[in-house]
Design a protein around this ligand. Structure first.
Ligand SMILES: Cc1ncc(COP(=O)(O)O)c(C=O)c1O
Length: 364
């Protein structure tokens, strides 16, 4: 089994004897730029904040989030990573049916089942390059079993890196209002994508929309455990807040996040770096198309690749890569994918070149 999760570095260390600090994680989808020196310096002076409880309603943090994503601070809920908020909104619809756009991040299904609900799927098709077919999704959402339930969309979608434009969601959001469906859009990767994919502004118009964001990936801070949700539905917001544990975001995370969200120079640098690297890696992958390799136009900071029919499979490539200290994602365990799919995120140029070099060798 080589379908390790991107954060399974300890397991890799144990199995392959490679120290975790030496593994280049192409599987975690975290920006390679790390945190800024400015943040490190600022937090040295802030350490005593852990002597206090965080604000109960996180008003200062919600204000910083609101400014960052142009949302009303009153519409924001902060949480312990996007994971906490995904779990909580699913608990709010406990026991109901949840339509999940697939292939998808496996935690949605786990949370739905834990909450006694029934996961059902809208499968994107490989023949359509995993693009969102909104007409088919509309028809699937119109099923009566979904009334009072959930529609869960990851946008851009992990693992395909394909995405739906915000404006194209209006009909589905209207349908969700009519059927009392909460439409959860997981925008964990949206900071890496073009603005047209960001749905947060639509929360003002559609109370059915519950947007979830994370600081783990774009801000290189998965250990901070900070996520937030945006909704204009007061009832939904209060219900989710009721489910949440108090003070689930630490005073330290609160202070760090306030700094990070206002660091415009850093935000610009990460956005520009990933945009350039995405373009550069895709041009290199284009050269491998003649050998039967296929990839799907990525909108986020990672790409899904289908390996040629003949030759090495995902587990074989995983083994070859990990022996060189590079950890990619074998996607065979995702619904709708098989052993011919791998996913990797864009890291530093020299690392990306090394991985592309290895892929080139295996498809030659
Ligand atoms: C689609 C998606 N949503 C949510 C998460 C969890 O993010 P967080 O660290 O904010 O809990 C991940 C992590 O890999 C993810 O890929």
């Amino acid at each position: 089994m080589s379908a390790f999760h991107g954060s399974d570095l300890e397991k890799i260390e144990e199995k392959y004897g490679i120290p975790r600090d030496e593994i280049i994680s192409f599987a975690a989808n975290v920006s390679p730029l790390g945190i800024s020196q400015g943040l490190i310096d600022a937090m040295k002076d802030q350490i005593r904040c852990i002597e206090r409880y965080p604000e109960r309603d996180y008003s200062r943090l919600r204000k910083a989030v609101g400014t960052y994503c142009k949302a009303d601070p009153e519409h924001i809920i902060v949480g312990n990573g996007s994971s906490e908020l995904i779990g909580d909104v699913i608990k709010y619809r406990a026991g109901k049916t949840a339509l999940i756009v697939a292939p998808a991040y496996s935690e949605y299904e786990r949370y739905v089942k834990l909450a006694g609900g029934t996961p059902v799927y809208h499968d994107l098709k490989e023949e359509e390059d995993f693009r969102f077919d909104l007409k088919a999704l509309y028809e699937r959402t119109d099923d009566d079993a979904l009334r009072d339930g959930l529609l869960i969309i990851c946008n851009p979608l992990n693992p395909t890196s394909t995405a739906v434009r915000a404006e194209d969601m209006r009909d589905i959001l209207k349908l969700c209002e009519k059927k009392n469906i909460t439409c959860v859009v997981d925008e964990t990767y949206v900071d890496f994508a073009d603005e047209e994919y960001d749905m947060s502004y639509l929360t003002k118009e559609y109370r059915s929309l519950f947007v979830i964001r994370s600081m783990s990936k774009f801000f290189s801070a998965p250990g901070l455990r900070l996520g937030y949700a945006i909704t204009s539905d007061d009832r939904l917001k209060s219900a989710v807040e009721e489910i949440k544990d108090p003070w689930s975001v630490s005073s330290f995370s609160e202070a760090a996040a306030r700094y990070m969200l206002t660091d415009k120079e850093y935000i610009k640098e990460v956005g520009e770096y990933i945009e350039c690297e995405r373009e550069r890696v895709c041009r290199k992958l284009d050269e491998l198309k003649a050998k039967g390799l296929k990839y799907y136009e990525p909108k986020a900071n990672f790409v899904l690749v289908k390996l040629p029919d003949k030759g090495v499979k995902a587990d074989g490539l995983f083994e070859l890569a990990i022996r060189q200290g590079m950890m990619i994602r074998d996607c065979s365990t995702f619904r709708g994918l098989d052993e011919s799919y791998i996913r990797f995120c864009f890291m530093r140029k020299e690392d990306d070149d090394r991985l592309i070099g290895l892929i080139t060798e295996t498809v030659d």
